[in-house]
Design a binder for this molecule. Structure first.
Ligand code: ZN
Length: 669
């Protein structure tokens, strides 16, 4: 699983942490341009890689090879998102490279915006709302561009661009439709229905033992000529084989400079898996990867997260290369070591507490390169592997992407906090503690939140019992555990926050986000669908209602604008504790009805007037709701025998250039 910056508690923080001040970076920090492009609802940022120059040459090579392996698979994600994406991207790029007509006209700007959106989303559907992009230019103009650039496009791909009713949603979770037939995502052939696919995989999992493979993770499900379902497996000699061959060759180089045996062993298993497509090998790799914790360099590579599949079987291709941030990780270690204390002191029912919480390994890392599902839109944290039996038997790795979070913070002005904060005290607190509180709440969410609690004997897994509400409930559970503990004196005692006031900063931003700020991500008339957004409104709205009589949180109206003022932080904490207990009970007992009631009552509906007000108030701030990144470029220096003598890191300043460069060098499908 992974987590994203969904809504920035935007404030400028003066960064004093020396471990993150990269003195070796050539641009002095004050001149470093964090934001380099804006289009549609997106801004493109850059991140720095502190610590890279302190690595040994072999470590730099390892980072380089792993990022190259990642980029080699970039095309796969386009194809997974939608079957016409690669063709469309290639046509758009050919036009950009070859068209020599008038580029000052609006239509050309609209065309470029469309192309950038396609790069950003690795396809023609919005990365977040899943809606297909509407081109701002006419078919005739597009035809004239194709003619002038000397490229042609298939009728189907053209229809995909221009016909708004055709494959209009990448992932459609509308329960009244067939989840697969209504979704454009390419993990299944267009004629495979949700029923057929789930029957297929139910059949496959019938004989599962206690350590089941992740059925369907690395394949596309199609029908053969007799109408029988078969899997096209992603492997060296199977689907995506040409890209996978490139990935393998870079991974083999990576093995040669691995930092230690366990790391090399894991990489070998990953190569083996790419060669065979064998899911048993994938699990063996994950076990080896979880155990390889000694190095300074780590990575995520493979077909991993299943969010893009409406049925949750198919993994999206992704790659993230990471360098440990040791100082920050040491702070998080403290949380892991105290996991049992948090479990024992939780307000949940005794029978729902784990007698032995398995320590979740949690690190803060700095990203050196990303690809596939993780780029340009990136998570800010990741917890893997996903297979439950591996997690409980061997543990998992949880990382927070420190330099990404830092870049977001640096690129954000104080506008949003100022607009939605009830008073100056809140603004001051956000300035002083917002960043550190935010980081700690993310750590609490992952390390303590997801690890906590147990299911009652005889109750099925949440995907069986809570069905479509399970992610909302699970994210709510992890968030509320973080909220409950961030105001605990224990946190200050452990040295994780300088003062209990820092926890209050998190309460301020959570409530105003859950009830107001995040609404700007929705178009007028939309319900909340995304699980994290649902969970945030659920918690904030529930707490507001429960504390209404005691004026725990008070709604204030000033100059026609709504604000929320928390009047009693300790009482709010108890309310969070109460909700935590109930949410854990729902999960532990698999209480679907209570779960649906909770989510549908608090998490889904939006007051249209409040929503419009939020849109009006944020529009003037002019901050795009989504952010993504160009990657730094790693440039090897070579001697006359072609041996790498050093690797330099540079920070590209053009999104267009990087996307074109990637397509030029890493187009293998
Ligand atoms: Zn989570």
């Amino acid at each position: 699983m992974k987590w994203y910056i969904l809504f920035l508690s935007a404030f400028l923080t003066l960064y004093s942490c020396t471990s993150n001040t990269p003195e070796e970076i050539s641009d002095p920090e004050e001149e470093f341009a964090w934001e380099i492009d804006r289009f549609a609802d997106v801004r493109i940022l850059r991140y720095q890689v502190p610590g890279f120059d302190r690595l040994t040459l072999d470590q730099k090579k390892l980072v380089y090879y792993l990022t190259q392996a990642g980029l080699a698979g970039r095309d796969i994600m386009y194809d997974m998102n939608y079957r016409h994406n690669l063709e469309i991207r290639k046509v758009l790029e050919a036009i950009i490279l070859n068209y020599e007509g008038d580029k000052s006209v609006d239509a050309w700007q609209d065309f470029m915006t469309y192309a950038k959106r396609v790069w950003f989303a690795s396809g023609i559907h919005h990365h977040y709302s899943m809606q297909k992009f509407k081109p701002g230019f006419k078919v005739a103009y597009f035809d004239s561009l194709c003619d002038a650039a000397g490229v042609s496009i298939s009728d189907d791909a053209k229809k995909a661009i221009f016909d708004p009713s055709y494959d209009n949603k990448k992932v459609n979770l509308d329960p009244s439709r067939d989840l697969l037939l209504a979704s454009a995502v390419n993990f299944y052939a267009p004629d495979v229905s949700a029923q057929e696919a789930s029957d297929f995989y139910t059949q496959k999992s019938q004989h599962d033992g206690p350590e089941p493979v992740s059925h369907g993770l690395n394949s596309r499900l199609v029908k053969d000529t007799n109408g029988e379902l078969i899997e096209e497996v992603y492997s060296l000699n199977g689907k995506y084989g040409d890209a996978i061959a490139q990935i393998i060759s870079w991974l083999e180089k990576a093995v040669s400079v691995a930092e230690n045996q366990p790391q090399a062993e894991a990489l070998r298993l990953l190569i083996e898996y790419y060669k065979t497509g064998d899911l048993v090998t994938w699990d063996a790799y994950n076990v080896a990867w979880v155990k390889a914790t000694e190095g300074d360099i780590d990575y995520i590579n493979g077909f991993v997260e299943v969010y893009n599949d409406p049925l949750g079987f198919k993994g999206s291709y992704e790659n993230i290369v990471e360098i440990t941030d040791f100082e920050a990780s040491a702070r998080m270690q403290v949380l892991s070591e105290n996991a049992q204390w948090f479990e024992d002191n939780s307000p949940i029912m005794e029978e729902h507490k784990k007698p032995n919480v398995i320590g979740v390994s949690y690190k803060v890392v700095n990203v050196a390169g990303e690809s596939g599902d993780a780029s340009p839109s990136t998570p800010i944290g990741v917890n893997l592997p996903n297979a439950n039996w591996i997690r409980s038997k061997h543990g998992s790795k949880s990382v927070s992407l420190g330099n990404i979070i830092n870049a977001y913070d640096k690129a954000s002005g104080p506008g949003l906090t100022q607009e939605f904060a009830h008073d100056q005290e809140e603004i001051d607190r956000a300035k002083k503690y917002g960043e550190i509180a935010d980081k700690l709440s993310t750590a609490l969410h992952e390390v303590i939140g997801h690890a906590s609690g147990q299911i009652e004997p005889g109750v099925g897994s949440p995907s069986e019992t809570l069905k479509n509400y399970r992610s909302t409930l699970e994210e709510a559970r992890a968030d509320i555990i973080a909220l409950y503990y961030i105001l605990d004196p224990k946190i200050v005692e452990l040295g994780l926050l300088p003062s209990i006031d820092a926890g209050k900063a998190e309460y301020d931003s959570f409530i105003s986000n859950g009830l107001l700020k995040q609404l700007r991500r929705l178009s007028p008339g939309e319900d909340i669908e995304e699980s994290h957004m649902r969970n945030r409104q659920l918690i904030a709205a529930w707490a507001y209602e429960k504390g209404k009589d005691d004026e725990v949180i008070v709604q204030v109206e000033r100059d026609g604008k709504i604000y929320y003022d928390i009047r009693d932080y300790q009482k709010l904490r108890l309310i969070f504790g109460e909700l935590l207990r109930e949410i854990q009970r729902i999960k532990s007992q698999g209480d679907y009805d209570a779960c649906r009631e909770l989510v549908e009552t608090y998490a889904v509906k939006v007051d249209p007037a409040v929503h419009q007000q939020v849109l009006d108030r944020t529009r003037v701030l002019d901050i795009p709701p989504y952010g993504g990144f160009v990657n730094p470029k790693l440039v090897p220096d070579k001697d006359q025998n072609d041996n790498i003598t050093d690797i330099r890191i540079t920070y590209p300043d053009s999104f267009i250039k990087q996307m074109l460069e990637y397509s030029e060098h890493y187009s293998f499908l």
